[in-house]
Design a protein around this ligand. Structure first.
Ligand code: HEC
Length: 223
């Protein structure tokens, strides 16, 4: 049966209303596949997932101190004595690093120096004398012969202990380290002491003459 309105388009196959309804209902059926027994699965998953989150939150709340991932550290109150020990430890540590970079190339990491060339700092009376002495040596350097642990060191060549400027704090730290390392057991050197010595010798351009410092600070050992 052919449709009257489409008579002019002979070569096109046209549908009557019944065919149209049939085709559409078929298409409709394909779009909505049967849902029976299918909807329940996602619901179960949602429920189970919900339970899981619930259980996990309770677990988290218990194990993380009320949801704090990083619970506050207990404040440890140090006694004044402990603070003092800590401060000195840090100072000596810093001094050790400065020594490694600025002094160890000559005086060696073990403080023993190199025979006839670089005097030892371990057991040196120069190191354990009045702290002004080591401060002066580091600030300006030395020239001329000196006696260290009974051995002669130094030539007329001037030696600068600090090749590049060194500040008060660095001198205080490295002197403290040197005075307390390798069995040396002398007092700490403070920044204030360094600042005072720096000020007192500010007009001096040259290195110290070794023998002059020796007779000033180490009268017992000078010959
Ligand atoms: C370039 C090598 C060199 C460097 C670096 C050097 N020194 Fe010296 N130091 C010498 C020499 C050489 C002497 C002996 C100088 C003299 O009497 O002519 C000396 C002497 C000393 C003395 C007195 C003698 C003694 O053995 O106790 C002290 C203290 C000292 N140096 C500490 C230091 C410190 C601390 C540093 C690092 C900040 C340092 N020196 C870096 C070569 C060096």
């Amino acid at each position: 049966m052919s449709n009257k309105t489409n008579k002019s388009l002979d070569d096109i196959k046209v549908m009557n209303d019944d065919d149209m309804v049939e085709v559409h209902s078929e298409l409709n059926r394909e779009k909505h596949p049967p849902t029976k027994g299918f909807l329940i699965a996602p619901l179960v998953f949602v429920f189970m997932f919900g339970c899981l989150i619930f259980v996990c939150s309770i677990q988290l709340a218990h194990s993380t101190n009320g949801f704090q991932v990083h619970p506050p550290k207990e404040v440890v109150e140090l006694t004044d004595e402990e603070k003092e020990i800590l401060r000195l430890e840090r100072k000596v540590d810093s001094g050790k690093k400065i020594f490694a970079v600025r002094c160890a190339s000559c005086h060696q990491a073990n403080g023993l120096g190199i025979a006839t060339q670089y005097p030892p700092l371990a057991g040196s009376e120069w190191v354990s004398a009045d702290p002004d002495l080591i401060i002066k040596v580091i600030l300006k350097g030395l020239k001329g012969e000196i006696l260290v642990n009974g051995e002669k060191y130094g030539t007329s060549a001037a030696v600068n202990m600090a090749a590049v400027p060194i500040n008060d704090r660095e001198i205080a730290n490295v002197s403290t380290y040197v005075r307390q390392a390798w069995g040396n057991d002398s007092s700490e050197v403070s920044e204030d002491q360094v600042a005072r010595v720096r000020e007192e010798s500010s007009s001096q351009q040259e290195q110290w003459i070794g023998s002059a410092l020796q007779s000033l600070y180490l009268t017992n050992t000078s010959d």
